[in-house]
Design a protein around this ligand. Structure first.
Ligand code: KIV
Ligand code: ZN
Length: 509
């Protein structure tokens, strides 16, 4: 049976989603889970875009042995060289070059002619070919470009050495018929197309990313670019779980398969949601909380008699756990480690010790520790390993007849311990103001949400905070059974992301 190559771009296009920035450790953890999930190619980042991206791509290239690690690059010699620098340590590496191809982009943005675009594309593919054989080329905004020009570009880049040609619907404009028509046109009009794999890359601006990708696959594309939970630039990319589960559930229609271990879908979806701070809408296909819940009496009756009456997929096939109750205060380090490994996490000894410590503290406060609690603990661990400022202590005093006051103590990047206090309109405001007195970086808090990880009054509270600075949004998350502590952690997390992005910029982009 024909295989469809799953190219995951959660760490690159997914991370381009406003407010989704991930630190290097978080990217590595997602990459490890993508490896276990069985994706064929991981687009780990755009090394020339920032030192942080470079570092993540380099680290993932060194750590993961099975999948192909891909680095994105613009069509400049310097950026191509940087991409190679970052991935040269990988067992299987790929360079992905993109350059705008539509007249709209060429005339308004690049101010280049079609001939210049063609020449640059050819040259950059040839340059990458000097480093490796696995080269992908994307004529950006292909779905709004002149198809005849796309045929010319593809012929030229394949002759120069591209082994995969990707057709981006960059702004999510195409309809399924138009997009599959473009793929058919490519198959009929590019004489050397048999030497390359056709890939599809669809954005979801009109909610058509998955439909467009599937139509293109039906027409002959054999690589699909997608992201976990469909995250990505603007309205996002085609969602991996929807594409994979459609191909699996409707094998009778597509007659195609993938290398994905679908029982890991739920787990990685939760991880990406935890680390990016993007919650999953309840009605999201495949992984939403309601995706397998039957509300109507008639449906429930049918499912009880025979699941197939109203269920086209078995929830176990996507890894939705039947029960999530796992550990308690009596569970030891071994049981904790075992459960982490069942959930797919591999932590270093130090990280495991810290996470176990967090588990013990939680188990003292909470009777039952579920998988969701563990996910929350691990996310907290990943958030804090690379932080600049560390929240060492927080204390508040508040009530209906008192002035909310907060005292905080932070450990600075150079190891100093600094304390300060502030009054606020409420305890969270007081905490943020006290932190600001020490960190002192202008920002505006734009979003604040608290939710409980599990049911029960003793549940962990997860706080999500978004702050804005210079027009850029930074997301922070924090978890604790005390929502004020969780808020302080979330604010510190957002500030740390803001600070590390400033440090990177000052480092010379
Ligand atoms: O959407 C797009 O065109 C892209 C390219 C870089 C492939 O993400
Ligand atoms: Zn894209």
């Amino acid at each position: 049976m024909d295989k469809v190559i799953i190219f995951d771009t959660t760490l690159r296009d997914g991370e381009q989603a406003a407010g989704a920035s991930l630190n290097v450790q978080e990217k590595l953890e997602i990459a490890r889970q993508l490896d276990k999930l069985g994706v064929d190619v991981i687009e780990a980042g755009f090394p020339a875009s920032s030192p942080g991206d470079f570092e993540a791509v380099e680290l993932i290239s060194r750590e993961l042995k099975r999948p192909t690690i891909c680095a994105l690059t613009s069509a400049s010699a310097e950026a191509v060289d940087k991409a190679w620098e970052a991935i040269k340590g990988a067992n299987h590496s790929r360079i992905h070059i993109f350059l705008s191809a539509s007249d709209i982009h060429l005339s308004y943005q690049l101010k280049k002619s079609r001939d210049e675009m063609l020449e640059m594309s050819r040259e950059m593919v040839a340059r990458a070919k000097g480093y490796l054989d696995d080269i992908e080329f994307s004529p950006m905004d292909a779905s709004r470009a002149d198809p005849v020009f796309i045929y010319q570009i593809l012929e030229a880049v394949i002759n120069a050495g591209a082994s995969t040609v990707n057709i981006p619907d960059t702004v999510g404009y195409a309809t399924p018929q138009e997009y599959s028509g473009l793929i058919r046109g490519i198959l009929e009009n590019v004489p050397n197309i048999h030497k390359a794999i056709i890939s599809v890359h669809c954005h979801n601006d009109l909610g058509l990313a998955v439909a467009n990708s599937l139509e293109a696959i039906r027409e002959g594309a054999r690589q699909v670019e997608c992201t976990i939970n469909g995250i990505g630039e603007r309205a996002g990319n085609a969602s991996l779980e929807e594409i994979v589960m459609t191909l699996k559930t409707r094998r009778d229609f597509f007659n195609l398969s993938t290398n994905i271990d679908t029982t890991r879908i739920y787990r990685i979806s939760r991880l990406v949601s935890e680390l990016t701070g993007f919650s999953i809408q309840p009605n999201k296909a495949i992984i939403g909380a309601n995706a397998f819940r039957h509300q109507s009496g008639i449906h429930q009756d049918g499912v009880l008699k025979k699941a197939i009456t109203y269920e086209i997929m078995d929830p176990r096939v996507v890894g939705i756990p039947a029960s999530t109750l796992v550990l308690s205060k009596l569970s030891g380090r071994h049981a904790f480690k075992e459960r982490l490994s069942e959930l797919g996490y591999t932590l270093s000894d130090d990280a495991l010790n810290r996470a176990f410590q967090g588990f013990k503290e939680l188990a003292d406060k909470k009777k039952e520790i579920t998988d969701r609690d563990i996910e929350s603990l691990i996310a907290e661990e990943l958030r804090t390993t690379t932080e600049l400022y560390h929240l060492d202590h927080v204390e508040v005093s508040c009530g209906d007849h008192s002035l909310p006051t907060a005292t905080v103590r932070l450990i600075t990047p150079d190891g100093q311990s600094l304390a300060d206090a502030a009054l606020g309109t409420g305890p969270v405001d007081a905490v943020c103001k006290a932190i600001n007195r020490i960190v002192d970086i202008p920002n505006e808090l734009t979003e604040f949400t608290v939710k409980s990880v599990t049911e029960g009054i003793d549940a962990i509270g997860e706080v999500l905070i978004r702050i804005e600075s210079d027009g850029i949004t930074y997301t922070g998350r924090g978890a604790s059974t005390d929502v004020i502590v969780a808020s302080a952690k979330a604010y510190m997390n957002a500030l740390n992301r803001l600070l590390s992005s400033k440090t990177i910029k000052e480092g010379g982009i």
